[in-house]
Design a protein around this ligand. Structure first.
Ligand code: SF4
Length: 205
């Protein structure tokens, strides 16, 4: 068990009980548990997915970070790992699965395509980054990013989790967390929140 940083309450523990007593904060132990068991929902959409798969395999092995439960399911997932080109056709599915993930949940955009559209930016069928659809916590540059870059991004996510305070986190606030409206796919993507403005514009036309 990695306990580095866990038993550091900010004041001296008397010498005679050192090694027998551990003092920590709720935040530190709670975040340590969460950051050490981030289960990803893999969302491999294009070439970047090969690097994601390689990161899970024996040579890089992100099981070392407690992330070995990687499934294409929102059930019990903490992290949506979007890896590859986000097409407009895929957008409703991404948002639907994100809404189905329980809190706390995080999103990593792996690679240039997921972060901003990449070489296909402004393409007729491509969303210019998954952050147009759902909130992203960590962006990983590269085309494709190497497994080392992905691991670095996952460590950044762990650092973010370490810095969270359980009282401030959105999933402990009162009231329901609003789901993100699922965009509709017609001749192009239609974002539900834009519908009133579209109706107004069509009246004026
Ligand atoms: S960023 Fe590059 S490697 Fe990754 S999905 Fe896009 S084109 Fe493929």
């Amino acid at each position: 068990m990695e306990t580095k940083g866990l038993n550091s309450p900010g004041y001296e523990i008397p010498d005679d009980v050192k090694g027998a007593v551990a003092i920590t904060t709720i935040d530190r132990i709670y975040n340590w548990g969460r950051r050490s068991s981030v289960w990803p929902l893999m969302f491999g959409l294009a070439c970047c997915a090969i690097e994601m798969i390689a990161t899970a395999a024996g040579r890089y092995d992100f099981s070392r970070f407690g992330m070995e439960v990687m499934r294409p399911s929102p059930r019990q997932a903490d992290l949506m790992l979007v890896s590859g080109t986000v097409t407009k056709k895929m957008a409703p599915t991404i948002v639907r699965l994100y809404n189905q993930m329980p809190e706390p949940k995080y999103v990593v955009a792996m690679g240039a395509c997921a972060s901003g559209g990449g070489p296909f930016k402004e393409g007729y069928n491509v969303v210019s980054g998954v952050d147009k659809l759902i909130p992203v916590d960590v962006y990983i540059p590269g085309c494709p990013p190497t497994p080392q870059a992905l691991i670095n991004g996952l460590i950044k996510l762990q650092e973010k989790i370490d810095g969270q305070h359980w009282k401030d986190t959105r999933w402990y606030r009162e009231g329901d967390l609003a789901a993100i409206p699922i965009p509709m796919l017609g001749p192009d993507l239609i974002y539900q929140e834009q519908i009133p403005a579209i109706k107004e514009a069509s009246k004026e036309a």
